[in-house]
Design a protein around this ligand. Structure first.
Ligand SMILES: Cc1ncc(COP(=O)(O)O)c(C=O)c1O
Length: 487
C-alpha cells in the first residue's frame, strides 16, 4: 500500500491544521445561540494539513474512472463525452446565484431557457408539450404514467389499470408502473429480439392503460412494426409510453411522436450530455401530445400576453412532482448542448452513434457470440465468448477490460441472455479509440483460450480488484469506523 492510499483519518495528527477560521468579531454570538444548539464535544474530523487534504482527494479521484479518463461503453447508459462548454454555461453566476423562490419578474432569463428548451425537445421528439420538472429517467417514467392514469380516470375509464411491458424492458419500467399503482403485464420478444405481435394482441383489452416501450429497444433493435403496434394499442383504448432515456440513435432523424407515442421521457443526463453516474444529477423531462398537455405537472412556464415568461399550472394538472422546477443546472447543460450542435449537427448524432455500434459489433462478432445478427442502432448485445468451452464468463471479460484501461460495458443485462455484454460506444469516440477497444476485446478472447486463469483473477492493475459484491450489497460499510487507526 502506498503511503497516500491511507484514509485521511489515518493521517490525522492531533493539533495539525490545514485551515484557520477568521477571528470571531461578533461578540454576542455565544449568548444568542440556544444551549441545545451548542456543541459539547469537538467535531470528530481528521486533523490534517492542506497538502494531506489535497493529496487525499486527488489520489481518490485518480482511482476513479470516468468518461473524461477513458472509453466508457456502458450499454443502456449513454456515457457520451460531455462538452466542457456545458460546465461553463451552467456554472455562470447568473444561474448559480438564483433562488427558486425569486419572483418571476427577476428570473426572466432562466424562465426563457426553460421555455425554449421545452420547445427544442418538442421539435426533436414530435411531442406537443414538455415538463422539465422530473429529476431522473425513472422519475419521468412515474410522472408520465401518472399522466396516463389520470387521462383514463378523467374519461371515467377507471378499469384501465394494466401496463404492458416487454420482457426486454429496462428494470425501471415495471418498477415505475408498480409505484404508480398499475399492474404490469409482460409481452414476449421474438427470437429476433423485437416485440412478438402475436403475444401482444390477446393482451389488449379494456383493462389496458397503455404499453411502455423503447425503440430502439434495449437490444439496440428498431421495432419496425411500431406503426402496427401503435394502431392496435390505440384501437384498444390504450396509450403508448416511450422510454427515451437513450435517444441517441434517433436524435435529429426519427421522432417518437411520429411513431405514434403519446407520452415519453428523455434522460437529459445521457442523450443531452450531463456527467452522470454515482447518483446524479439528472433530469427526466416528460413530453406529451396536445391532448394530454393540460395534465402535465405544475409549475409550468408559459408566455404572458406581454411576451414575458410566467410560472403557471393548468387547473387539471397533476400538481407538483418536484420541489421546484427540476434540476436547473442540467437543463442549462442540455440547452447549451443543443445550441452548440445546432440543427445540422444534431442530425449527425444518430447516424454516427449507429455507425460506431455497428463497427464494433462487426469487428468482434467472430470471437464473441452475437445472438441477434441484424443491423443494430446505437448499442448491441453479445452473449459471452463465441467459444463457450473456455469457462471464461462475462464477468471475467469485464474485469480484464479494466486492465486494458477501458470501463466495462453493461453486463448481465438485458436478461434475455445468460452472458449479456451490452456495448454502446456513442458518437463521440474516434475510430482510433474504437479500434483500441476492439483490439483489447480480441486480445481478451485470445487470452481466454491460452490463459483463462489470467482472466478469472483479473483485474490485476486496479486499486480495488474483485470486491465481494454480495457482501457489499448486504453489509455495506459506508463510513469510517472512528477510533480504528486514529491517534
Ligand atoms: C432505458 C432506460 N430507461 C430508464 C432509465 C432510468 O433512468 P434514471 O437512471 O435517470 O432513473 C435508464 C437508465 O439507465 C435506461 O437506460
Amino acid at each position: 500500500m502506498k503511503y497516500y492510499d491511507k484514509l485521511i483519518f489515518e493521517l490525522s495528527r492531533k493539533g495539525r491544521k490545514g485551515w484557520s477560521l477568521p477571528e470571531n468579531t461578533w461578540e454576542n454570538t455565544p449568548e444568542e445561540l440556544p444551549d441545545t444548539l451548542k456543541r459539547c464535544q469537538d467535531p470528530r474530523l481528521p486533523e490534517v494539513s492542506e497538502p494531506d487534504v489535497v493529496r487525499h482527494y486527488v489520489n481518490l479521484s485518480n482511482m476513479n474512472f470516468g468518461v473524461d479518463t477513458g472509453f466508457y461503453p456502458l450499454g443502456s447508459c449513454t456515457m457520451k463525452y460531455n462538452p466542457k462548454i456545458n460546465e461553463e454555461t451552467s456554472s455562470h453566476p447568473g444561474f448559480t446565484s438564483l433562488h427558486p423562490l425569486q419572483p418571476a419578474s427577476t428570473v426572466q432569463g432562466a424562465l426563457r431557457i426553460y421555455r425554449e428548451l421545452s420547445g427544442f425537445l418538442c421539435s426533436l421528439t414530435g411531442m406537443s408539450a414538455f415538463t422539465l420538472n422530473p429529476f431522473a429517467g425513472a422519475h419521468g417514467e412515474l410522472t408520465g404514467l401518472m399522466v396516463m392514469r389520470q387521462y383514463h380516470i378523467s374519461r371515467g375509464d377507471t378499469r384501465r389499470t394494466k401496463v404492458i411491458v416487454p420482457d426486454s424492458a429496462h428494470g425501471t419500467n415495471p418498477a415505475s408502473a408498480a409505484v404508480c399503482g398499475l399492474e404490469v403485464v409482460e409481452v414476449k420478444s421474438t427470437s429476433q429480439g423485437v416485440i412478438d405481435i402475436e403475444d401482444l394482441k390477446p393482451l389488449l383489452d379494456d383493462t389496458v392503460a397503455g404499453i411502455m416501450m423503447t425503440n430502439p429497444n434495449t437490444l439496440g433493435l428498431f421495432e419496425t412494426e411500431i406503426h402496427g403496434i401503435a394502431s392496435a394499442v390505440h384501437a384498444a383504448g390504450g396509450l403508448l409510453y416511450y422510454d427515451g432515456a437513450n435517444m441517441n440513435a434517433l436524435l435529429g432523424k426519427v421522432r417518437p411522436g411520429d411513431m405514434g407515442f403519446d407520452i415519453m421521457h428523455l434522460n437529459l443526463h445521457k442523450t443531452f450530455s450531463t456527467p452522470h453516474g454515482g447518483g446524479g444529477p439528472g433530469a427526466g423531462p416528460v413530453g406529451v401530445t396536445a391532448e394530454l398537455a393540460h395534465l402535465l405537472p405544475a409549475p409550468a412556464v408559459t408566455a404572458a400576453p406581454d411576451g414575458c415568461c410566467e410560472v403557471t399550472g393548468s387547473p387539471d394538472s397533476l400538481g407538483r412532482i418536484s420541489g421546484f422546477m427540476g434540476n436547473f443546472g442540467v437543463l442549462v447543460r442540455a440547452y447549451t448542448y443543443i445550441l452548440m450542435l445546432g440543427k445540422e449537427n444534431i442530425r449527425k448524432v444518430g447516424p454516427y452513434s449507429v455507425l460506431a455500434a455497428n463497427y464494433v459489433k462487426e469487428s468482434l462478432k467472430d470471437v464473441y457470440r452475437l445472438p441477434v445478427q441484424s443491423l443494430c442502432k446505437h448499442e448491441f448485445v453479445f452473449d459471452g465468448l463465441a467459444d463457450s468451452g473456455t469457462g471464461v464468463t462475462t464477468l471475467d471479460i469485464a474485469k480484464r477490460l479494466l486492465d486494458y484501461g477501458f470501463h466495462a460495458p453493461t453486463i448481465y443485462f438485458p436478461l434475455l441472455f445468460h452472458q449479456s455484454i451490452m456495448i454502446e460506444p456513442t458518437e463521440t469516440e474516434s475510430k482510433e479509440t474504437l479500434d483500441a477497444f476492439i483490439d483489447a476485446m480480441r486480445k481478451i478472447a485470445a487470452e481466454a483460450e491460452s490463459d483463462p486463469e489470467l482472466l478469472k483473477s483479473a483485474p490485476h492493475s486496479t486499486p480495488v480488484r474483485r470486491p465481494d459484491e454480495t457482501l457489499a450489497a448486504t453489509h455495506p460499510v459506508l463510513g469510517y469506523r472512528f477510533g480504528e487507526g486514529t491517534e
